[in-house]
Design a protein around this ligand. Structure first.
Ligand SMILES: Nc1ncnc2c1ncn2[C@@H]1O[C@H](COP(=O)(O)OP(=O)(O)OP(=O)(O)O)[C@@H](O)[C@H]1O
Ligand SMILES: [Mg+2]
Length: 502
């Protein structure tokens, strides 16, 4: 019994000794190249986080600012501990213990880029992070997207100029893509002159022109001014804002795709269609049905069978079309409410025609941000039919060659592999929300090799509205929490009132 008490006391003594040693590990950093650094820190005072900011102070007295990029538990094996005999007669003892501590890696983002050794490392204060931002302020509009997630109170700023490259926004369903996309569009509307065309398959941006009643009054007031030049085109609207196309807006490739005509296999009908389109007047069903040419009559049957003549999207004598709005310089933002169209075919037709028209007029070199939410439906990696394939081809062409003509893409999707590789690989900016799947994160990592993998892996822990931004819009990758929307959201999530406590 007595000997057990003695062992317990010794164990307690060893535990306390180990705790004291582990708690005394000093937070020290070393850099041999002056840019990347390694550090150690105690598990008992761990306030550094991956993606967070740290100050490094060495004997020079001039602090550096660093970003922590990795943290892991490490053990120092085989540390020998000797306890002297206790006062109550317990004998001395000796054992080997493992000392646990944190090892980390990081990058110097501000300060002298010279090697250093044993610099004390600590979490940067908000003031220090904000001062760094100000020192590096760029001479272009900065978009206030929210707060830095690991320095709350410090604004997360995106360089508006970065949107002159293609941007990829990704996150699993419900992670907040559409909401965050709305924040980005609002800020671009308020702070820049960039025009935008939004392909909106879920009717999520149909109220982008309406400030929320609970929005900050000053912001809402400023927004109201910018939102005056937002135009929403919807199948439900009447008059000028009805989402419509003239048959003449639909280029031959899109006509053929809508009619599932193959230029080789269906060459007679294809030629008849081309002849009709080349004529003065838009072909009518009556003209096709009454034609002397059998191929024209077959074309009419095809049109009727596919229901193309009954599309709600046709202008049917009403003047103008959505393409006029797409090119109307007085409109800052044209929301094309694809979700309001009754069929997938009509949605794809409008997407293909709008993308085709923007490309056709590329030499006008007027900068425009082409926003595609739910890109896995508008331009999927594996298109299900010729019309979607055409929209996809056009998105790929803009991704590959649009930038130099001022055609910039902002595509949003749930999984990186759901959009064509050729679109993903052309994106220079990443906005990454929560991504649970390791496979998806690996895909994003491969496409954005300039972003530290540990930051991409962190996306698995993001809460709704938290994101990583990197690329030309944020040369130093940053973790942020998106700000509240100023404008109303469109299609709301289905309410879960059925689960209310009875
Ligand atoms: N930062 C945020 N603050 C407050 N609410 C948010 C935020 N982000 C998202 N939400 C809310 O969470 C819900 C889901 O967000 P959102 O529709 O943007 O997700 P999503 O990633 O676009 O999903 P999906 O892939 O299904 O389209 C919405 O009701 C939205 O209002
Ligand atoms: Mg969405």
């Amino acid at each position: 019994m007595d000997s057990n008490v003695g062992i317990d006391r010794q164990l307690d003594a060893f535990r306390e000794a180990r705790r004291n040693i582990e708690a005394s590990v000093l937070p020290l950093a070393t850099s041999v190249d002056g840019r990347t650094f390694s550090f150690q820190a105690s598990l008992y005072a761990l306030d550094l986080q991956v993606g967070g900011y740290a100050v490094l102070e060495d004997s020079s007295g001039i602090p550096r600012l660093g970003q922590v990029l990795a943290l892991e538990l490490d053990r120092q094996p085989g540390t020998e501990l000797t306890l002297p005999p206790g006062a109550e007669g317990t004998p001395g003892a000796r054992t080997e213990v493992q000392i646990r501590y944190v090892r980390g890696e990081g990058l110097v983002i501000d300060g002298e880029l010279a090697p250093f050794h044993d610099a004390v490392i600590r979490v940067a204060t908000e003031t220090e992070v904000a001062a760094w931002q100000q020192r590096h302020a760029r001479p272009s509009a900065m978009l206030w997207l929210g707060d830095l997630a690991l320095a709350p109170g410090v604004p997360a700023l995106a360089d508006a100029r970065g949107f002159s490259r293609h941007t990829f926004l990704c996150g699993q369903s419900g992670s907040g893509k559409t909401y965050s996309l709305g924040v980005i569009l609002e800020r671009l509307l308020m702070e820049t002159d960039l025009r935008m065309v939004v392909l909106d398959p879920n009717s999520d941006f149909v109220r982008l022109d309406q400030p929320r009643s609970d929005a900050d009054p000053v912001l809402a007031g400023r927004y109201q001014q910018a939102a005056g030049a937002v135009a929403v085109y919807s199948a439900h609207a009447s008059g000028e804002r009805r989402l419509r196309l003239r048959a003449a807006d639909v280029d031959p490739a899109a006509q053929a795709a809508a009619l599932r005509l193959d230029p080789i296999a269906d060459r007679d009908e294809y030629a008849a269609l081309a002849a009709f389109l080349a004529g003065e007047n838009t072909p009518t069903m009556a003209a096709l049905d009454g034609s002397d040419l059998p191929e024209a009559r077959r074309l009419g049957v095809r049109l009727a069978n596919l229901g193309v003549d009954r599309y709600a999207v046709w202008a049917r004598g009403e003047p103008g079309s959505v393409l006029d709005a797409v090119h109307d310089e007085s409109l800052r933002c044209v929301v094309i409410d694809l979700g309001s169209l009754p069929s997938r075919e009509e949605q794809s037709l409008v997407a293909a025609v709008v993308l085709g028209d923007l490309w056709r007029r590329r030499t006008e070199r007027r900068p425009v941000l082409i926003v595609i939410d739910e890109a896995h439906n508008v331009c999927p990696a594996r298109p299900p039919d010729p019309l979607v394939a055409l929209a996809t081809d056009r998105a790929i062409r803009i991704a590959a060659e649009g930038r130099k003509f001022g055609l910039y893409l902002l595509v949003s999707t749930q999984r990186p592999q759901k959009i064509p590789e050729n679109v993903l690989s052309q994106a220079d900016n990443l906005v990454l929300l929560r991504l649970n799947s390791l496979a998806d994160a690996a895909f994003a990592q491969a496409a954005f090799s300039f972003v530290p993998p540990t930051l991409i892996q962190r996306s698995a822990t993001f809460r709704q509205g938290e994101a990583l931004i990197a690329g030309k819009i944020s040369p130093e990758p940053a973790l942020l929490r998106f700000a509240d929307r100023i404008s109303e959201e469109g299609g709301a999530d289905v309410p879960a009132t059925w689960a209310a406590l009875r």
